[in-house]
Every structure is written in C-alpha cells, then in structure tokens.
Design a binder for this molecule. Structure first.
Ligand code: SF4
Ligand code: SF4
Length: 299
C-alpha cells in the first residue's frame, strides 16, 4: 500500500493570522484540524501590543518584542481577535482530502506503538538535544540524532512522505549515519504533531554507504552553542539540515514541570523567512547539493 501523510499538506488551508502571513498564509492541515481544531469556526487570539514600541521607544525592561513576560506592564495592551482559516479546495476535493485523512488515521491507529521493519535512504542527519531549565540556568545534553528519511518503507507500506528515526549516540558511533545511506532497522512507530517518528531502533543494517562526514558529539555541541531559538517550528526548518529539535524540561517557580519542544537553527539564523542558507541552496541546486536540500527548496 502507498501511504501519504495528508496532515502535512499545505494546499488545503490558508490563514491570514500574522504568524502565518510570513509563509504566504500557508498552514498545515495538522495545525488546523488537529492542533487548533479551528476549521470552520476559527480561533480567538490575543494580539499583544506595547504602547511604547508603537511610538518607536524602547521597552523599559529591555525586551526586544512583546511577549508573555509583558503582562502586568503599564504599557502592555491586549486586543482580542477572531480569525478563520480559508479552505482552498472545492467541495469535491475537500471531500477526497477528508477521506485521505480518515484512511491515514486508520493506518496509523493499526501500527502506532508497534515495532515494525523500516527501510529507506537517509536524506538528512541532524543532532537532537535535551535542555533542562531550572533556577535561571539551562543545561544542554545531546540525546542523539534524527535521521530524516523520505519515501521509505514502514512494514510493507511505502511511505511517500518524510518520516524521522531517532538514534542514540551509540548508534551513531557504531553506524556513522550520513545522507544518502540506505538503512534497514526495526523500530517503534510513534506520531508527533502529525509527523511519523521511529523510536528505539534495533537491528540496524547499512545496505549502502552514504555521503559526507558523520556528526560527532563535539561538532554537535559546538553547533548548539551558537544556535538560535526559532519562534516557529516550520516544516522548512524541520526539513533543513540545520534545524535541530530540543526536548525542554522547565521547572516553573510554582514547582510545576513543563515539557515542550523547541527548534533551533544551528546556523544561528533568527527566522526562516529570508534565510540566506535556503537562498544559497537554491543557487547551488546542482549535482553537488545534498538531495535532502532539494526537498527543502520545493517545500
Ligand atoms: S484560525 Fe487560528 S489556529 Fe487556525 S490557522 Fe488561523 S491562526 Fe492558526
Ligand atoms: S538554516 Fe534557515 S531553514 Fe535551516 S533551520 Fe536555519 S533558519 Fe531554518
């Protein structure tokens, strides 16, 4: 069976909210249908404003943009806004899309948490971090690496989309994963924000050698030291060799523990719109370019 992930589709909905406007209003079907469940009713959001910054004056607390820390400040203003995503498909096409979503959900329900045979060619390899934040201090630890595979096999099904394999440092040490390498393994199927992620790989076999130098622990740690936190987790950055995920555990002042995931740019670029790395990749779209990058440019 051929499986495609309909939640990654960007041609179904468009939204005029400011955060999405930077990507021509493109929003993933996952964001609309699963994460926010905002179609057709829309969502309410609060527009955070600063009376000082709007007059071109600096923040009295030296913040560079308005955020959650501003609440309570005299100059902080909040506006309630209702917004709706627009459906770009005609009724027939939308019906087919919903069928596609249902079939994908059924397929995923059958295999979720099961161990399956996985095969495919690695497009990109990137570090995967863990950060612990406590009492104003942040500790970073390398948990392993993420192998980005496109058009591979999950069980007997051909998955015509991207999926991810989490490998530990010792796996990297033993197998030296690099782009273009063909691999086979056994792993547990999980879903993470609409993406298929293979956990706890075993029986790893390398069928064909790859291209380039594998990541080492030292290189990965140096890269994360100069990385920038990306405010949005776009598919563009997730599919880029320099976009690295970090699992964050934060101890709040009230003793609560918050767990979430951040995305960092290992090239130190603050936002993906206007990212020069992508511009360079477009220019170098030739035989020398890693194939993983072709996908990024098309995205
Ligand atoms: S309506 Fe709200 S939640 Fe839905 S896509 Fe737009 S901004 Fe996101
Ligand atoms: S290099 Fe550009 S596309 Fe890649 S992670 Fe950084 S900002 Fe995103």
């Amino acid at each position: 069976m051929i499986i495609r992930n309909p939640y990654k589709r960007l041609d179904v909905f468009r939204c005029s909210q400011e955060a999405h406007a930077r990507f021509d209003g493109r929003v993933s079907a996952y964001h609309v249908l699963k994460e926010k469940r905002c179609y057709p009713d829309g969502c309410l959001y609060f527009l955070w404003r600063c009376a000082l910054m709007e007059k071109g004056r600096p923040c009295i607390h030296r913040y560079r943009y308005v955020g959650k820390n501003c609440k309570g400040c005299t100059y902080y203003l909040e506006e309630k806004i209702h917004i709706q995503p627009q459906n770009l498909l005609d009724p027939g096409a939308y019906e087919s899309f919903l069928e596609e979503v249902e079939q994908f959900d059924d397929w995923l329900d059958r295999i979720r948490y099961r161990r399956m045979d996985i095969a495919g060619r690695i497009r990109i390899v990137k570090p995967w971090f863990e950060q612990t934040k406590q009492g104003g201090e942040t500790h970073t630890r390398l948990r392993g690496y993420l192998l980005v595979v496109r058009n591979g096999f999950i069980g007997l099904d051909r998955f015509e989309d991207t999926f991810y394999v989490r490998v530990r440092e010792r796996h990297m040490h033993e197998s030296g994963f690099v782009p273009k390498m063909k691999i086979e393994l056994e792993g547990e199927i999980r879903e993470d924000r609409g993406r298929i992620v293979i956990h706890r790989p075993r029986k790893i076999e390398i069928l064909k050698k790859g291209w380039g130098r594998p990541w080492s622990r030292d290189r990965a740690l140096v890269a994360v030291r100069t990385a920038t936190l990306l405010r949005e987790q776009t598919d563009l950055c997730l599919g880029c060799p320099w976009g690295a995920l970090a699992d964050i555990t934060e101890e709040e002042k009230d003793g609560e523990t918050r767990r979430y995931r951040n995305l960092f740019c290992l090239k130190g670029i603050p936002q993906p719109d206007g990212c020069y790395v992508l511009g360079l990749m477009k220019k170098q779209k030739s035989a020398s370019m890693p194939r993983g990058a072709e996908r990024i440019i098309r995205t």
